[in-house]
Write a new protein. Structure first.
Length: 245
């Protein structure tokens, strides 16, 4: 069982030590996003469960020993909020490390009140939004069969979480060919949700629909005036550049 990985260099978090609260051999996620670097989700699920015992994470941290990192990032092979004991795992990491705790979520389970509560255990929450409406959400993020929440419930979940969360809320927006023309609507949505930061990204590995060029991403960023923005081309250290469109 592998609960720790890295540290790795991240354009968003500096030197990041990863924690996988799912620690499985295959991806566990409630979405099957078209651009996911791990490929399609073979068996999408919305069922929360305990995958990693706190004592397992404690032991893995002990075995790893001292690490140099800027951030402890809960992510891994799937959706971290599927871990029903996420706050307990965060408490283990917080006891072991002085660095801030971050978590990356695809946001699909944020309509659930307990998930909102669980995420308050972190210093930084990066919540993904890749669409302004239900149609694009289902086209790009492809939720699991049986996922009953409309996109408006995801947005409302983030809004409620924003009200309760004293830490740093980041919206991550992944742009591909399918949603690039929706940038004005997505920017308006970001303004309504009032995050501390918006991260604009595009998949720089081969992906369905393809990444946007630097010029296209600049046009996207222009729609986000008045917001604190990080953009992958400007702020990242991309080693693979897509061809000009």
């Amino acid at each position: 069982m592998r609960t720790l990985y890295g540290p790795v260099d991240s354009w968003r978090f500096g030197r990041s030590l990863g924690v996988d609260p799912l620690a499985g051999k295959e991806k566990r996620c409630c979405l099957s996003c078209t651009y996911c670097q791990y490929g399609p989700t073979a068996r999408p699920t919305i069922r929360r469960a305990v995958f990693v015992a706190p004592r397992q994470l404690q032991e893995d941290i002990r075995c790893l020993g001292t690490v140099e990192a800027d951030t402890i990032t809960f992510a891994g092979l799937g959706e971290p909020t599927l871990a029903a004991n996420l706050p307990e795992l965060a408490a283990v990491a917080r006891k072991a490390y002085a660095q801030p705790l971050a978590v990356l979520t695809g946001s699909a389970l944020l309509p659930i009140g307990q998930v909102q509560i669980d995420l308050t255990a972190f210093d930084v929450v990066v919540a993904k939004l890749d669409a302004p409406d239900d149609e694009l959400f289902r086209q790009i993020n492809r939720p699991a069969a049986g996922y009953s929440y409309p996109f408006s419930a995801v947005v409302e979940g983030i809004r409620r979480f924003r009200q309760a969360f004293a830490g740093k809320l980041v919206l991550q927006m992944m742009f591909v060919q399918a949603n690039k023309r929706a940038a004005p609507e997505m920017a308006a949505l970001a303004r309504a949700l009032q995050p501390d930061e918006v991260q604009l990204n595009t998949p720089l590995q081969p992906a369905l629909g393809g990444p946007l060029s630097a010029k296209e991403m600049e046009a996207v960023e222009n729609e986000f005036g008045g917001l604190a923005v990080q953009s992958v081309y400007r702020d990242g250290q991309a080693k693979i550049r897509p061809r000009s469109m």
